[in-house]
Structures are given as structure tokens and as C-alpha cells.
Design a protein around this ligand. Structure first.
Ligand code: PLP
Length: 369
């Protein structure tokens, strides 16, 4: 039997390989490998897709988050509130900037920050909130922005898994002060290497982000800040430029696949299996079910024996990571997050996943539980 992978980024190459080849060869022949027109064109195309005035390309989603923090002067002595149930980079970049990550428990049905718990975590040191639109599912941004406004806090959106997701009619990344995106190959808009983007509607933040990503240097060899080298290669920009017009189609395919998964799983009526909550604004970077009764790891292993590869995002919450032991969180601090980490299982999900493959995933699951 054929293997069903969790994602298959080579399928996009099979669809539009000729155009990608052409774009790559044009960059190679141009001799303009860093910066230049291709990068600035892609920046404005991406910003306009999100609806933002400014798009600032950089080397990764991680750098985007870090640079956003630096541009907003988040640093030593500041606290930034984020989710304990996310990829490490969300909290890591808060620490890299010199600030302290403060975690708040999540909601079981959305896997995102529980906004009802947010205000209790705000102190006089809190400078920003970093909502993470996990698995492609938008945080309730109107509610979050109202809290941020009331307490005069910056909002840095971690949109790494949610390019194109919509919260209350607005694309994520265009709602907070800075939106941070990743073009890691398995993200909804994935490059052929590392890449990232920041979006903002504030001209001053835009200017500072551009300076910071290039050695804190507004003019070559004159330095105003300690910045870094975080540029997007022209080659990646050219490849992403080819892919961007397909993003809505690919996201629609992900939506269809997720609806079909939910329908099939409900019909299969598998005990102790919870399907993800319906969410029309999600772009389904992951389709994540929960399996109770301590059976999750066993089910994952058995699926693997049948050549169906699933993923556990994430097995250990950030507040219990060894690197954060000095923050003083203990087991039991965030009961919803800790429970979810023991139950989540992300099923194979990519735009080209076929109905036959989906059927096999569901039938196999039903046979196992
Ligand atoms: C992928 C990811 C990042 C980091 O992006 P990179 O481009 O890999 O540096 C940050 N936050 C979340 C939630 C992610 O999934």
C-alpha cells in the first residue's frame, strides 16, 4: 500500500513546476540575488493580498516575530502574553528580545488562547500580546483587540500557520500592530527554503522593521540600531511570487478536505474521537483531532504500521519545556493545554490529498479504535 504522508510539498512542484523553473532561472540569470525588484514586488503583492499598507520580507517566521518585538521596543523588563500551545518560536522570540513570556491557557475547542483568561495575566510590565492563529484557525481578533486597547498593549500576530485566514471579515496579520508570517515549506504559502514576512499599516514601524532586518542600517555603513541580517533571497521571492496567486485555491482545497474529514469521521462515529470545531475563517494548516483514554500514541503507532503518517503538534507545552523551568510554571498550571497535548493528533493534510487517501485514513482509524 502507498504511504500517506502528513504533507507533500512536492505536489505543488508537479502542478506549477514549469513556472517555478522559469522564475528561478530568471533570477539566476539576473545576477540580482539579494534584494532588488523581485523582493520589493513580492513584498507589495503579499501586503496587498493581506490588505496591509506595508510588507517587509525577512529570512523566516522566527525572524519576523523577533524583528516585530524589536521594532516595538519590547525588551528587558517587559512581559509578552502568548499561548503555551504553539511552536516554540512564538515564546523563543519573546525571550530572544530580552522580554519574559507569560502564558495563558487555551480553549479546548479552538486550540487558541482563552481570551476570558487574558486580562488576569496582564500586569504593569505587560507590553504586548502575541496571539497565535494555530493550525490556520484565527483567534477572535475583535475581542482580543478590545482588551489590548483597554490596557494600551501592542499586538503582534503570529500568523505562521494562517496565511489567508480570516477573523471577523479581516485577514489575520492586518489587525494587530504587526503580522508575522512564515514561508517554511509546509506552511500554507510555502517557499523552497526559509522565508518570512511582516505586515503593518504603520509607516514608522515599517521603516524600523526595514532598518532592523538589515543591520540596523538605514544607509549602508551607518548604523542606528543593533539589527541583524534577515533578508529574503531574491530566489525565494521569485518562487513565492509564482505561488501566491494559487494560495486561495489551495486554502479552499484544505477547507473542502477538512469538511469532508469531519463528515466522514462523524459518520464513522468513533468513540473518544473529537473532530475539530467548525471554523469558516480557518485555512486548515492542520486538521487536528483529539483521541481520549490515553490511546493517542498507540493509535499513531498503529496508523504508521498501515503507512499512514500523522503528527503530534505539540507533545509538550511551552510552559513545561526545560528551557523555561526558571519561569516557575509547574504541571497542572494550564490544565486545558496539558490535556490537549496528550490527545491531539494531526491527520494528513495538504491541498492535493485525494478522496481515496482520506477514505483510507478514516476507515483505518475506525478499525483501530
Ligand atoms: C513555523 C512557525 C513559526 C516559525 O516560522 P519559521 O519560518 O519556521 O521560522 C513561528 N510560529 C509558529 C506558530 C509556527 O508554526
Amino acid at each position: 500500500m502507498n504511504k500517506i504522508p502528513p504533507f507533500d510539498v512536492s505536489q505543488q512542484y508537479q502542478q506549477i513546476g514549469d513556472r517555478l523553473n522559469q522564475a528561478a532561472l530568471a533570477v539566476l540569470a539576473s545576477g540580482q540575488y539579494i534584494g532588488g525588484q523581485t523582493v520589493s514586488q513580492f513584498e507589495s503583492e503579499f501586503a496587498s493580498y493581506i490588505g496591509s499598507k506595508h510588507g517587509i520580507a525577512c529570512n523566516s517566521g522566527t525572524d519576523a516575530l523577533y524583528l516585530a518585538m524589536r521594532a516595538l521596543d519590547v525588551g528587558e523588563g517587559d512581559e509578552v502574553i502568548t499561548s503555551p500551545f504553539t511552536f516554540f518560536a512564538s515564546a523563543e522570540t519573546i525571550s530572544m528580545a530580552g522580554a519574559k513570556p507569560v502564558f495563558v491557557d487555551i480553549e479546548a475547542h479552538s486550540f487558541n488562547l482563552n481570551l476570558d483568561l487574558l486580562e488576569a495575566a496582564i500586569t504593569e510590565r505587560t507590553k504586548a500580546i502575541m496571539p497565535v492563529h494555530l493550525f490556520g484557525r484565527p483567534v477572535d481578533m475583535p475581542k482580543l483587540m478590545a482588551i489590548a486597547k483597554k490596557h494600551n498593549l501592542y499586538v503582534i500576530e503570529d500568523c505562521a500557520q494562517a496565511t489567508g485566514a480570516i477573523s471577523n471579515g479581516e485577514k489575520v496579520g492586518n489587525i494587530g500592530d504587526v503580522g508575522c508570517f512564515s514561508f517554511y515549506p509546509t506552511k500554507n504559502l510555502g517557499g523552497c527554503g526559509d522565508g518570512g514576512m511582516m505586515t503593518t499599516n504603520n509607516a514608522e514601524i515599517d521603516k524600523k522593521l526595514r532598518i532592523l532586518r538589515e543591520h540596523g542600517s538605514p544607509q549602508r555603513y551607518y548604523h542606528e540600531y543593533i539589527g541583524m541580517n534577515s533578508r529574503l533571497d531574491s530566489l525565494q521571492a521569485a518562487l513565492l511570487q509564482v505561488k501566491l496567486p494559487y494560495l486561495d485555491k489551495w486554502n479552499a482545497q484544505r477547507r473542502e478536505i477538512s469538511d469532508r474529514y469531519t463528515q466522514l469521521l462523524k459518520e464513522a462515529n468513533i468513540p473518544n474521537l473529537v473532530t475539530p470545531h467548525h471554523c469558516p475563517g480557518s485555512v486548515w494548516n492542520q486538521y487536528t483531532i483529539c483521541i481520549g483514554d490515553g490511546k493517542r500514541n498507540d493509535i499513531q503507532a498503529k496508523l504508521r504500521e498501515q503507512d499512514i503518517i500523522t503528527m503530534i503538534y505539540y507533545p509538550l507545552p511551552l510552559h513545561l519545556q526545560s528551557v523555561y523551568k526558571d519561569l516557575g510554571y509547574t504541571k497542572g498550571t494550564f490544565p486545558v493545554t496539558e490535556d490537549i497535548c496528550d490527545r491531539v493528533l494531526s491527520l494528513p493534510m495538504f491541498p492535493e490529498l485525494s478522496e481515496e487517501q482520506q477514505d483510507r485514513v478514516v476507515i483505518t482509524l475506525k478499525g483501530l479504535i
